[in-house]
Design a protein around this ligand. Structure first.
Ligand SMILES: *Cc1c(COP(=O)(O)O)cnc(C)c1O
Length: 461
């Protein structure tokens, strides 16, 4: 039986020259359709051997078409984030401001003065403009921007401390996520980690006792994705800087999310800012471009001129350099902080500062737009949005959400979640109390129609 089904499968040639694939072949040519057809036939054979059904020519041609579609669909695909998590690493972190998008678009279209000094016509630095902006905003003497914060740290430690010791508080030898661990970065940079203090408490004298002739830096890392509560003590930046001045050891601080606005203004806990670290006299401050800064992926280093200079001259600087589109959109994003319109123009800050009543009325509008879908109960309920992205662990903002319960229809909330993910513009929601929750805080205003259409479709399935 099985061998009969296997023998009945069409040949590669018959599938590729079938009418069903004529259009696809005329667009993409035969060569890679032959490969995809082999794959489709192989998977049909596997399925038949496992007890699956017979496949006719049309089934295989259909599978090949789906494979073609998948290959040519642009990726990553835009989607709607209705999770209420503002900086969602799996969903691409910060959405960009209009000006930041326009800036990336403009340099992508044609040539730019990326590395030419227009006044002299000679070679210029891709960093120059960004450096003056960052100096203005953070008060630092110098700045350097690279591919992301992880590479900024790798560069910083390699340039300043390779072959030497770096002192880190035990409570700060952390894993940031995605396998990124401070001890591993130190090892990769050729440094020896000297950990001091205990998991919950570290004092200045712990650092002082560990200093040797071989000490190259004190490294502080913001424990950005967890909180230690209770009997704790961490060393004030200023005290560490003072010890550093006495012993000739620079302080490096990985503040993580790069909040340039005070988070406490929005009812959140205080997130350390690069400005404060510079003000305290830290040698180098490291942060990401696409977390609370609200820009593109980037790693930003600000600090003392001589230290930044050593990073610039290190061979790794070239290996981790930033590309022109990120550079352009980061510049545009930073300009919002200078013009004082960050809160209204940068999406992550607009989301964080959104008024709860406005969020509630959006949820109510969504609810009205989908009407009363049969088998489902809808309600607008209090919710909590999170900051995410390794910023402000455990901190949430009061919000409202559209809640959809499928109890009446007998289907599981997971099925609705998956139907929402399966749309042309996928919608990502979450489940709480056995109901699907959609938080308007993280949905861009221009996505309102799309989300209600998506909901109506998914609920009708
Ligand atoms: C997120 C984070 C990083 C990694 O930054 P990327 O820009 O993702 O490379 C490093 N350190 C801290 C403290 C972070 O929060």
């Amino acid at each position: 039986m099985t061998s009969q089904l296997l023998r009945n499968l069409p040949s590669v040639e018959r599938v590729v020259s079938s009418d069903a694939l004529a259009d696809v072949v005329s667009i993409y040519g035969r060569d890679w359709l032959v490969d995809l057809t082999r794959d489709a036939l192989e998977s049909a054979r596997r399925d038949i051997r496992a007890g699956g059904q017979a496949r006719c020519l049309d089934d295989i041609a259909e599978a090949v078409k789906r494979a073609v579609d998948e290959l040519v669909t642009p990726s990553p695909r835009p989607l709607i984030n209705a999770t209420g998590v503002v900086i969602h690493t799996n969903l691409g972190r910060a959405p960009l401001s209009k000006a930041a998008i326009a800036a990336a678009d403009a340099v992508a279209r044609g040539y730019s003065d990326l590395e030419i000094d227009l006044a002299t016509g000679r070679r210029g630095s891709r960093q120059a403009h960004l450096q003056s902006l960052l100096r203005q905003i953070t008060g630092a003497e110098a700045a350097l921007v690279v591919n992301n914060n992880a590479s900024a740290l790798l560069l910083g430690l390699s340039a300043l401390a390779s072959g030497r010791e770096v002192i880190v508080a035990r409570g700060e030898a952390v894993e940031i996520g995605g396998g990124f661990r401070i001890p591993d970065v130190l090892r990769q940079s050729g440094c020896t980690l000297v950990d001091v203090g205990t998991t919950n408490r570290t004092y200045v004298r712990d650092y002082a006792d560990a200093v040797t002739d071989d000490t190259a830096a004190f490294l502080k890392a913001h424990a950005s994705n967890f909180r230690v509560e209770g009997f704790t003590a961490a060393v004030e930046e200023r005290d560490l800087v003072e010890l550093g001045e006495r012993t000739g050891v620079p302080v490096l601080h990985d503040v993580g999310s790069g909040a340039l606005l005070p988070t406490e203004r929005y009812g959140l806990a205080h997130e350390p800012t690069p400005q404060e670290a510079i003000d305290a006299g830290v040698g180098l401050v490291f942060f990401s471009g696409d977390k609370l800064l609200g820009g593109p992926q980037a790693g930003i280093v600000v600090g003392k001129r001589d230290l930044v200079g050593r990073l610039e001259r290190h061979p790794l600087a070239r290996a981790v350099r930033i590309d022109k589109m990120s550079l352009a959109s980061l510049t545009a994003t930073l300009t919002h902080y200078l013009s004082g319109n960050a809160e209204s123009e940068i999406p992550v800050w607009r989301m964080i500062s959104a008024r709860v009543e406005a969020i509630k009325s959006r949820a109510e509008r969504w609810r009205e737009a989908i009407g009363g879908p049969s088998g489902y109960e809808t309600a607008v309920v209090p919710a909590r949005s999170a900051i995410g992205g390794g910023s402000l662990p455990g901190e949430t903002l009061d919000s409202w959400a559209l809640s959809i319960s499928s109890r009446g229809s007998g289907s599981r909330p997971e099925s609705l979640l998956s139907a929402l993910r399966g749309r042309a513009t996928p919608v990502i929601a979450r489940i709480e109390d056995d109901t699907v929750r959609l938080d308007p805080r993280t949905v861009l205003p221009e996505q309102d129609d799309d989300i209600t259409m998506g909901l109506a479709e998914a609920l009708a399935l």
